[in-house]
Design a protein around this ligand. Structure first.
Ligand code: NDP
Length: 465
């Protein structure tokens, strides 16, 4: 039998690659991993973790304001962006070392440098060539900026994490996760924020009530949202400030100090030599894999964002576990992409699991919809005009809960718990049989009574005031 240097060679030490490596080692496989940036990948170094730290920082501004309604006086508060970025960088450094330690302790050989495929079993890292029975591509994705005049003046989330100063005026382009999250961060920290989105409403693909509700709440906090608008060019003036020409309604020129493009991410496959090795890629360069993560070349697998499926860290981790178990654990485990909960760490945040109303109606023809928008208890004294949205969809025959959506404080924490019930296929009656915890926003999910039956296409107007 052919001898290989390793049983598994992983390219990319992010969430999916690190998890697959460690699980494979646990099954006794010999494993190596290559990384060309820092150990930890997008989530740890320039994604979920630093983003959430910045979200916390931004929210303090509101917390201080709200405290007044509860009798507090807070004078002389100041904010230092460099201090925040330093603190964030220290935590990221610590976490990257933790990841490196996990790999070392589990006996995974680490190669620092850019890896590229030589053939179906061989990887080159710098001058070295290494062979493995299986290769796993876990190289993630990278921000994509469209080619418009002056795009070189725009930053992406990668650079936003490293800005030396807090921009006074920011124009964010895009209407997805990264766009609304960074709009909330900069707005919370005091920047003037304009968000330009090409479509009719932010967060395409999310439930329409969620989209409208978040749009309204972001507007109340002072973010200017331009819908159906496109950035056509960016110019830098002699004073260093940027001028952004936007078409659509309302079009015009917007002065700002930073333009942040959050227009999606593309799979990191450009320099890997995958196509030459016979690996089929989709039109964006994503590795096409089956439910077991196997590509068109039987010895080459892929997990995480590079597969262009669901670009979420916990999904990549699950896919990494599944591939390692399938290859070395004696059990074939497919990736499970059903009822994946997710959150948008906007201000206020969104939590969601299961079908949107439009998806539910398309699938079942008719759904029972429960939706409420209310003022949370905290804001009775804070005086803040912020409402929480809670929505639940039920399939009419078996009464299974198909989807739960929330916009409001702690929505991601709450929906994580609710997701267990949706994944388990529980019914509305089982939700209702659960006693609420009072007073919380989460208790709404077990006390919703006002039902609306929706048939055919989803209504375009909100059903609540
Ligand atoms: P998204 O795909 O979520 O959003 C991209 C946005 O940019 C969309 O609004 C899209 O518009 C718009 N867009 C795309 N191309 C252009 C263009 N050429 N000109 C103008 N606008 C354009 O990407 P993100 O970068 O926000 O996030 C990438 C992925 O990372 C997400 O899908 C998510 O899976 C993951 N992520 C998860 C987070 C979380 O879990 N909290 C946080 C951040 C990222 P349109 O809708 O019309 O296509």
């Amino acid at each position: 039998m052919k001898q290989f240097d390793y049983d598994l060679f992983v390219i990319g030490a992010g969430s999916g690659g690190v998890r697959a490596s460690r699980i494979a080692r646990g099954f006794g496989a010999s494993v190596a991993i290559a990384e060309n940036h820092r150990i930890g990948g997008t989530c740890v170094i320039r994604g979920c973790v630093p983003k959430k730290l910045l979200v916390y920082a931004a929210h303090f501004a509101e917390d201080f304001e709200d405290a007044r309604g509860f009798g507090w006086t807070l004078d002389g508060k100041t904010f230092s962006w460099p201090a925040l970025i330093d603190a964030k960088n220290r935590e990221i450094e610590r976490l990257s070392k933790v990841y490196a330690g996990l790999l070392a302790n589990s006996g995974v050989d680490v190669f620092l440098g850019a890896a590229r495929l030589v053939d179906a079993h061989t990887v080159a890292v710098g001058e070295r060539e290494l062979t493995a029975r299986y290769l796993l591509v876990a190289t993630g994705a990278w921000p994509h900026k469209p080619a418009i005049p002056g795009i070189e003046h725009a930053i992406t989330s990668n650079e936003a994490f490293e800005l030396e100063t807090l921009p006074r005026r920011v124009l964010v382009v895009g209407g997805g996760y990264v766009a609304v999250e960074f709009a909330g961060i900069f707005r919370g920290l005091g920047s003037e924020v304009t968000l330009s989105y090409r479509g009719p409403q932010i967060l395409r693909g999310f439930d329409d009530d969620v989209r409208r509700h978040l749009h309204d709440e972001m507007g109340k906090k002072g973010t200017r949202i331009l819908l159906n608008s496109n950035v056509v060019r960016i110019d830098r003036g002699s004073d260093g400030a940027l001028e952004v020409a936007v078409s659509g309604a309302p079009g015009g020129k917007y002065g700002c100090d930073a333009v942040l493009y959050a227009t999606g991410r593309v799979p990191n496959t450009g320099q890997l030599g995958l196509a030459a090795a016979g690996v089929e890629l989709d039109e964006e360069g994503g590795v096409i894999v089956d439910e077991y993560g196997q590509s068109s070349v039987p010895s080459i697998f892929a997990v995480g964002d590079v597969t262009n499926r669901i670009a979420l860290t916990p999904v990549a981790i699950r896919e990494g576990t599944a591939v390692a178990t399938t290859l070395f654990g004696g059990t074939r485990i497919p990736a499970d992409h059903d009822n994946v909960p997710s959150a948008v760490f906007s201000q206020p945040p969104v939590g969601t699991v299961g079908l949107t109303e439009a998806q539910a109606v398309a699938k079942f023809g008719e759904v029972e919809v429960y939706v409420t928008a209310f003022k949370p208890l905290r804001h009775t004294l804070s005086g803040r005009d912020e409402r929480t949205l809670v929505k639940l969809m039920v399939e009419p025959v078996e009464q299974r809960v198909l989807g739960c959506h929330m916009v409001g404080a702690d929505a991601p924490e709450i929906i994580q718990g609710i997701a267990i019930a949706v994944k388990a296929g529980l019914t509305k009656a089982q939700f209702d049989a659960t006693i609420g915890i009072h007073p919380t926003a989460a208790e709404e999910f077990v006390t919703l009574r006002d039902k609306k039956v929706v048939q055919g296409v989803e209504k375009s107007a909100p059903r609540f005031v």
